[in-house]
Design a protein around this ligand. Structure first.
Ligand SMILES: [Zn+2]
Length: 152
């Protein structure tokens, strides 16, 4: 199982594993990112409320590593959820990874290891039909507008 932090929804992280997240992450997301959370939940993602005891263990561990000042309540609850569910925590937050490591919770880094799992959008020119990997206002070849295209 993988526990997803807010950046997983922001980056469109995808995995074949069973997923879980927490209500505090849902509360932080807006727009299409919130929609992704709802879609994941509809597809079977577990929304877990970590126990206060587990959150206290995370706070203690963060005190040991010196990271408690940089962790948000949401961060502590995410690590606590991964601890309780014996799951891998998906996050690109270094302080969160550090505390998770202290507690023996595995982490998956989105920006590095997770990059192959991301859906990479392409942008297609309405005029000449060329596709580009990055979003631009105008096609650099013919000057027409670009629109987003799902490569799958
Ligand atoms: Zn063009």
């Amino acid at each position: 199982m993988e526990v997803l932090d807010a950046s997983a929804f922001i980056h469109g992280y995808e995995t074949a594993d069973q997923t879980a997240s927490i209500p505090a992450v849902q509360a932080e997301l807006t727009g299409e990112h919130a929609f992704r959370f709802d879609a994941e939940q509809g597809a079977g993602m577990r929304v877990h409320v970590p126990d206060a005891d587990a959150v206290d263990r995370v706070r203690d561990a963060a005190g040991d590593t010196g990271d408690d000042g940089t962790l948000s309540d949401t961060d502590r609850r995410l690590v606590a959820a991964a601890l309780e569910l014996d799951a891998t925590l998906v996050t690109d937050d270094y302080a969160v990874q550090n505390v998770a490591d202290r507690l023996g919770v595995d982490c998956q880094v989105i920006a590095q290891d997770g990059i192959t799992e991301r859906r990479d959008w392409q942008f297609q020119c309405a005029g000449c039909g060329r596709t580009f990997d990055d979003d631009r206002d105008r096609c650099p070849v013919c000057g027409s507008g670009l629109s987003r295209k799902n490569p799958n």
